[in-house]
Structure formats: C-alpha cells, structure tokens
Write a new protein. Structure first.
Length: 173
C-alpha cells in the first residue's frame, strides 16, 4: 500500500499573489505581488510534511491577456523566489482554458477549470492523497466547490496574512 500523502492545495491569485491588476488576470512577473506571509506559510506547510500544490485557473491565456509562455515564466519566478526563501512547491497545475476565450486553441470547457476537479485528478495520479488531512485554501466560491467535489476541506482565505491563516487552520486540526 502506497503511503498516503497530505496535500495543501493553494489557489494562486488571491492566496499567494495579492495583485488585483487587470481585474486579477496576472500573467507577468512585474504584476505579481506576494501576499504577506505566503512564503512563510509554504515553508511552514512543508515543515509539517504537506506537499504544497498550486491549483489555479489562468483563463487570461484563453482571453488573450498573456501567453502560456508568460504563465510558465511567472511560475518559474515563483519557484525561484521560494527556493531563495528555503522552500518550494511540489507542483503547479493550471487551467488556461475558458469557454468564452478569444484564443481558439484555449476557447473551450475544460475538466481542469475549477470548480471541476481535473487538477485534483492530476495530483491523484501522482500521489496517494490523504483526503482526511488534505485541504484547499482559496479566495473564491469555485475553490470551495473544488474542495467539496474533491472530498477535502476547503478554507476561504479572506485575510491579509497567509502564514497566520494557515497556522490557525493547521494547528487547530
């Protein structure tokens, strides 16, 4: 029997990134702003033996606001900055699709797009997820629906400091 893995699923924009530029469509490094305590929260989760997995809808690709390459560049920057802080994420899953997109290639419904659980299913292929001890932190209703459909706890992040929020939730359980 494969060991069960605790996973902290984190939304990106609104949870790790505080920038509200372009109505929250953040595709460029210059527009990314770390939420207070986000690096520390990720480091803390790792110290508590959680895998940290970012699950993020990035329909800005489908809408033509930025390219797939821009998303990868931003995610590489995010990983580099976390690495400098002595931590990291285990995986970043994202959905570039949206049914109303103007980029034909990305203009479609997708199982990956939250509240669907395609990104959870990808994580499930990689790890034997401990549903009882895994959770999702997001700032949107779709994040909470994603958690519910994945049968994990969902925490609505509505704070200014991710570390304090995580500490309260993790140490409480």
């Amino acid at each position: 029997m494969k060991k069960k893995t605790k996973i902290a699923f984190l939304d990106r924009d609104g949870v790790i990134n505080s920038s509200q530029i372009n109505n929250g469509y953040v595709g460029f490094i210059k527009d990314f702003k770390w939420i207070k305590g986000s690096k520390k929260a990720i480091k803390y989760l790792k110290s508590k033996e959680y895998k940290v997995v970012i699950v993020t809808n990035q329909s800005g690709v489908a809408r033509g606001y930025f390219s797939l390459r821009d998303v990868y560049k931003l995610h590489n920057y995010l990983k580099f900055e976390l690495n400098k802080f002595g931590t990291g994420v285990d995986k970043i899953y994202f959905c570039p699709y949206h049914k109303d997109g103007i980029k034909k290639k990305y203009s479609k419904n997708s199982i990956l797009r939250k509240p669907n659980i395609g990104m959870y299913k990808l994580a499930e292929k990689k790890w034997n997820i401990d549903k009882k001890n895994s959770f999702m932190i997001g700032d949107q209703l779709t994040d909470m629906q994603f958690a519910k459909k994945s049968q994990i706890r969902g925490y609505m992040f509505n704070s200014k400091d991710l570390y304090s929020f995580v500490k309260k939730k993790i140490d409480f359980n």
